[in-house]
Ligand binder design. Sequence first.
Ligand SMILES: Cc1cc2nc3c(=O)[nH]c(=O)nc-3n(C[C@H](O)[C@H](O)[C@H](O)COP(=O)(O)OP(=O)(O)OC[C@H]3O[C@@H](n4cnc5c(N)ncnc54)[C@H](O)[C@@H]3O)c2cc1C
Length: 393
Amino acid sequence: MHFPRQPIAALQPALWPSQSATQRAVYEATQRFAQHALVPHLERWERQGGIPREVHAEAAAIGVLGLGFPEAYGGVPADTWTRALATWALCGAGSGGVIAALMSHSIMVWPLAAAASERVKRSLLPALLQGKLIGALAVTEASGGSDVARLQTRAERCPGGWRLRGSKMYITSGMRADVLLIAARGGDPGSQGLSLFVVEAPAEGLERYPLEKTGWLCSDTAAIHLDGVFVPHDALVGDEGRGLGLILQNFNAERLLMAVQALALASVCAEEALAWAWTRNTFGAPLIAHQVIRHKFARMVQSILGPLHWARSLCDRIDQGEVPAGEIALLKNAATQALREVADQSVQILGGQGYLRASASERIYREVKVMMIGGGAEEVMYELAARQLGLEP
Ligand SMILES: Cc1cc2nc3c(=O)[nH]c(=O)nc-3n(C[C@H](O)[C@H](O)[C@H](O)COP(=O)(O)OP(=O)(O)OC[C@H]3O[C@@H](n4cnc5c(N)ncnc54)[C@H](O)[C@@H]3O)c2cc1C
């Protein structure tokens, strides 16, 4: 079932006059893809707990998997705002889960492109960007994900390479991934001891177990056990002990696009609830005729619009070479708080319909918490921002 939506002009960044022809073209192609290749199948994929592999190739065919990654490996040149617009268009499908599943490679490709051995780049990057291989980033462990520097998975030297021992938790696309980028510790117990390794699946000693979740139902999430998994020397990404730096740099793009995703999904909820409010009659009048309901929509636009313009300006600043990590962390919080408020109010306006597995708002409501925890929990984002913005004693 598909609920109608009533567009809210203020929440259409693709219509802003500042858009270039290329940006508009990327947005429109991605929007068509989302409506034709994702929307009709979402409910079935949510029930099945995953998306078919072919969808990755279909997304690659319109260039969306390679946006912003190096052309030398099959990427499509794009600035950060263009990537944000593509994310916005994908969100029109009304599911953050489908984006998590489809774009899981995007949080592991950048470290590979920046620092992997030439063999790994040539053999894996084009296939990841063409959707022929599925990628996953495996950093978090059951012992705690926020304090990345303390992770415990070990990398032990052995003849010909390394053996990885330990476990990973909550890994997006972990069940399906052909290529996993795994963070593990060499000798040093501190933050200098972390390195990144490429593991090609299946591999002896690599076991994966599916995890059941509240939302993101069409994105598989895995617990992974590494029992002495062998990787050759050139599976090490960058220099030994430089993994944390690569992980932290990677977080900035992930968090910025998560913020855009949160705002776009909030817009979907608002537009769905607005269409409902025009047609649903209570006490002899459509819901929208009640001032209290109109004001809910005005508040929704208020909470989305500020972070959206902030995101736009951060995209430009990043492309000009700035690394505003503290502001990105705050933006992620502002955007996910907006999502929480808007999804909650949209479900409220939809009434009982909003509580059924039928509307996008219901699905997105179940995705709020993963957006506030994944990619850096809210409290950790405030702490990072306080440090980066010079607010600590
Ligand atoms: C659906 C899903 C998909 C995910 N996909 C991936 C993936 O693909 N790859 C990957 O590596 N990880 C992934 N993650 C993991 C995610 O990044 C972590 O869940 C997140 O970083 C938080 O780690 P944690 O869950 O271990 O919580 P913990 O670190 O145990 O923290 C628990 C809670 O404590 C609070 N907290 C933590 N530290 C502080 C502090 N210093 N001050 C105050 N409060 C604090 C926060 O509220 C936090 O939510 C995924 C998670 C989910 C739920």
